[in-house]
Design a protein around this ligand. Structure first.
Ligand code: ZN
Length: 199
């Protein structure tokens, strides 16, 4: 595969015991190699790189597109899991493949329709989000449960989505349950990973 996982350099910037997160990265990449077709990846593999930055424990993982270099940085804390690594790769895949990003935005818009976005802190039982984070739950609740559904429909103002990230995380955690509870979403994620769906 040439979507960057082979050429990524596991840079460790900060953090304490990084053994656990390194193992999570290895497991996450091995899952990706099994599921991600070479067909669906960027046609300019040399242009794209994905690097990891390890933060202090307890900090929230995120992906950041590095627009000047068209590369991705995945920020993880040293206690993050394999599922989180896979989640952040979902963002990297949307970011590094504009046609997949467009397909994910179209899928999200089709699903949420005109449902108004709500503040996550108002609708999610555990709270703890920034005040500007908003989401829509659609029928994501069927596969993701009440709280996580709102995050699947997170509103990034049309710039990004949680579709591939939450979808790939669910595919990793419970593929059979995901396929049964939300076949349309499951098929979308599989279609992207196997190269059948492009924007
Ligand atoms: Zn995310």
């Amino acid at each position: 595969m040439n979507n960057g996982t082979k050429s990524c350099d596991n840079k460790v910037a900060l953090g304490g015991d990084v053994r656990k997160v390194k193992e999570a990265v290895r497991n996450g990449e091995s899952f990706l190699q099994k599921t991600y077709s070479t067909v669906s990846i960027s046609n300019e593999p040399d242009k794209y790189r994905t690097r990891y930055v390890v933060m202090r424990a307890g900090e929230r993982a995120y992906h950041r597109g590095e627009t000047d270099t068209s590369s991705s940085a995945i920020y993880l804390s040293d206690n993050d899991s394999t599922a989180t690594v896979i989640h952040e790769w979902g963002h990297a895949i949307e970011y590094q493949n504009p046609s997949i990003g467009r397909a994910a935005r179209a899928f999200l818009e089709r699903r949420v329709g005109g449902e108004p976005a709500q503040k996550l802190n108002d609708v999610v039982s555990h709270g703890g989000y920034r005040d500007d984070e908003r989401g829509r739950s659609d029928r994501f609740v069927e596969a993701f449960g009440k709280d996580r559904a709102w995050y699947v429909g997170k509103d990034y103002g049309g710039r990004a989505t949680e579709i591939m990230s939450m979808g790939m995380e669910q595919l990793y955690n419970d593929p059979a349950g995901f396929a049964k509870a939300d076949p349309e979403f499951f098929e979308f994620v599989i279609g992207v990973l196997h190269g059948r769906i492009r924007g």
